[in-house]
Design a protein around this ligand. Structure first.
Ligand SMILES: Nc1ncnc2c1ncn2[C@@H]1O[C@H](COP(=O)(O)OP(=O)(O)OP(=O)(O)O)[C@@H](O)[C@H]1O
Ligand SMILES: [Mg+2]
Length: 286
C-alpha cells in the first residue's frame, strides 16, 4: 500500500545571498491533489519548488515533510518520498536515455542492495508512459528539447514517489505532448493519489488540470484556491499586468483566459459569456 506524505512550508523566507526573493510564505500542499503554481517570470516559483524539495534551505521558517523539517532528513530518505523535475536539469556527459532514467531508482538503493526486476519494471514503465522507450539507447544530449524533457519526466516517474514536484514540465513540448504529459500526471494523481505540484506558465492548462491554484506575486502568496475561484480578469491584471477577458472553456466548462494585447482593443475583445468569471477571486490575499 502506498504511504501518503504531507508537505508544507511555514513562514518561509528564501534568499540567494543577501537577496530575499520569497517572503513569509506559508503553503500547505494539498495532499493527493494537483496543485499548479503560477506567476510572472522571476516571482519565485522555482525558488519555492527548490525549497519544497530540500535543495534550498530557507533563510527563516521551515519546510515540513511528514511533520519533520525536510532539511534535517537524509537526502535518500526524502528522495524516496518526493521527486523533483527541475526547470533546467543538467545532462550528465555521455549518458544514454535508459541509464539516465535508471538513475531515478538510486534513492531506492544502498551500497548493499542490488538492481532488481522491480527496478527494471519501474524504468520500463516510465519510458513507456512518457513515450520515450524508442529513445532508450540514444544519447540524451543528442535529443531534441521536447524529447529530452520527456526523458527527464521519465526519470522522475521511475523514482516512484508519492509526491512529485515539477518545474514547467511542459516546456519545449508541442501541444500534443503537453496534453499527454498533463494527462499522464492527472492519471498518476487519480490512480495512485500522487500529490503533484507543478509550475506552469499556461494559465488555461493550469485551470484545467489543477485542483488548487497557487498564485505568486513578487515572492508573496497572492491567491490560493480552486481555479474557478482564483482565476479572474483582476488577478491576471494584478499579477501579470495584462488585460484579458475570461470566458468559459467550452471543453472543461472552467474559466479560460484570453489575453488582449496592444493590437486589439477591449471593445473588439468583448465577449458575451465572460461575466461569470470576471469578479475578483474570493481567496485573494494581499
Ligand atoms: N541561483 C541564484 N542566485 C541568485 N539569484 C537567483 C538564483 N536563482 C534565482 N534567482 C533570483 O531569484 C528570483 C526568483 O527566481 P525564480 O527562478 O524562483 O523565478 P521563477 O518564478 O521560477 O521565474 P521563471 O518563470 O522565469 O522561471 C529572480 O529574481 C532570480 O533572478
Ligand atoms: Mg522558474
Amino acid at each position: 500500500m502506498t504511504v501518503h506524505h504531507t508537505l508544507s512550508a511555514h513562514d518561509m523566507t528564501l534568499a540567494y545571498g543577501e537577496l530575499a526573493v520569497v517572503h513569509d510564505l506559508t503553503l500547505k500542499v494539498p495532499q493527493g491533489q494537483v496543485t499548479a503554481i503560477v506567476g510572472a517570470n522571476a516571482c519565485g516559483k522555482s525558488t519555492v519548488l527548490r525549497a519544497l524539495s530540500r535543495l534550498l534551505v530557507p533563510r527563516s521558517g521551515s519546510v515540513l515533510l511528514d511533520g519533520v523539517e525536510i532539511h534535517k532528513q537524509p537526502t535518500a530518505q526524502v528522495a524516496r518520498k518526493l521527486g523533483l523535475l527541475p526547470q533546467s536539469p543538467t545532462v550528465p556527459d555521455g549518458i544514454i536515455v535508459s541509464d539516465l532514467v535508471s538513475r531515478g531508482r538510486n534513492p531506492h538503493h544502498s551500497r548493499f542492495t542490488r538492481w532488481s526486476a522491480a527496478d527494471d519494471a519501474a524504468v520500463a514503465q516510465a519510458l513507456e508512459l512518457t513515450g520515450t522507450a524508442d529513445l532508450a539507447e540514444r544519447y540524451v544530449d543528442e535529443l531534441s528539447g521536447g524529447q529530452r524533457q520527456r526523458v527527464w519526466i521519465a526519470m522522475a516517474l521511475a523514482q516512484q514517489t508519492d509526491v512529485l514536484l515539477l518545474d514547467e514540465p511542459t516546456t519545449y513540448l508541442d501541444v500534443t505532448h503537453q496534453i499527454e504529459v498533463l494527462d499522464l500526471l492527472a492519471d498518476l494523481n487519480q490512480r495512485a493519489h500522487t500529490t503533484i505540484v507543478m509550475v506552469l506558465h499556461d494559465l488555461n492548462l493550469s485551470v484545467r488540470y489543477a485542483d488548487c491554484l497557487v498564485v505568486l506575486r513578487n515572492g508573496r502568496l497572492h491567491a490560493i484556491g480552486p481555479p474557478v475561484q482564483v482565476m479572474s480578469e483582476r488577478m491576471v491584471e494584478e499579477v501579470f499586468n495584462l488585460g484579458c477577458r475570461i470566458v468559459t472553456d467550452p471543453i472543461s466548462g472552467k474559466p479560460m483566459m484570453l489575453p488582449i494585447g496592444r493590437h486589439h482593443n477591449a471593445a473588439s475583445a468583448a465577449v458575451t459569456d465572460g461575466s461569470a468569471h470576471s469578479s475578483p477571486a474570493a481567496h485573494e490575499q494581499h
